[in-house]
Design a protein around this ligand. Structure first.
Ligand code: CA
Length: 238
């Protein structure tokens, strides 16, 4: 099962690997409305074959031929760096999925809200620079980031951040309003740096909160989502 919807250039290509038409069809339409060119594959092999030619793979774990985790691993083992957003009904496997093990970048659990899934897609594409209207300025609440100049502001005053704090803030603000998984933050900010442990992440969040004047007990900027990650609150958007 494959079909293509093309919208205006420049094209951001999304491969949707999902065998259930009841999910794939409305999701493909929604992605196309966002301006992405969408290809749907109903098999794991199709996902593997198509992953290198697209900007993002949305990968259902429950595919008929190859387990989704193996699909993600195979994609990574072939050196393909295309971001992978996993759809899973298997909440107990979420750690495996986003772990370095399987190589997925983020996940959404089924049943998902369409708005949340689309926000994750946008955030991943923005992080990898594939978002068509890739902004060099990010904003949430009164926090504004000039990505190109690597400067961050809170209202009129500039925030004085270390390189890691800046990256952390950038990742969180780019995905404002949605939870960014701890593993996704670790990969994005610390990459393969072994000195970046999960404790390091908590310390940086706490430093960042202090610089923002945020109260960890009643945060108005960075909310801890237990067992998952962190969300930068975007009060400006409903
Ligand atoms: Ca499925």
């Amino acid at each position: 099962m494959t079909w293509v919807m093309t919208y205006d250039e420049p094209v951001t290509r999304v491969l949707l690997a999902e065998d259930d038409p009841a999910i794939a069809e409305p999701l493909a339409r929604a992605l196309a409305r966002e301006g992405y060119e969408v290809r749907v594959q109903g098999t794991g092999q199709g996902a593997i074959d198509g992953a290198s030619g697209v900007d993002l793979v949305v990968l259902d774990l429950g595919l008929p031929d190859i387990d989704g985790l193996d699909v993600a691993r195979t994609i990574r083992s072939q050196g393909i760096t295309t971001p992978v957003l996993v759809l899973t009904a298997r909440a107990d496997e979420v750690d495996l999925v986003v772990g370095l093990d399987a190589g997925a970048d983020d996940y959404v659990t089924k049943p998902f809200r369409l708005a949340e899934l689309l926000a994750r897609v946008r955030a991943l594409l923005r992080r990898t620079g594939s978002e068509p209207n890739d902004e060099d300025e990010l904003q949430a609440q009164d926090v504004r980031i000039d990505v190109a100049a690597r400067r961050a502001f809170q209202g009129e005053s500039e925030l004085h951040l270390t390189a890691k704090e800046f990256e952390l803030l950038r990742v969180l603000v780019a995905a404002a309003g949605t939870v960014v998984a701890r593993d996704a933050i670790m990969r994005e900010v610390w990459g393969a740096d072994p000195s970046g442990s999960t404790k390091t992440l908590d310390m940086h969040v706490s430093w960042l909160r202090r610089k923002l004047g945020d109260d960890a007990n009643a945060p108005s900027y960075i909310t801890t989502v237990r067992g998952m990650g962190f969300r930068f609150e975007d009060a400006g958007q409903g």
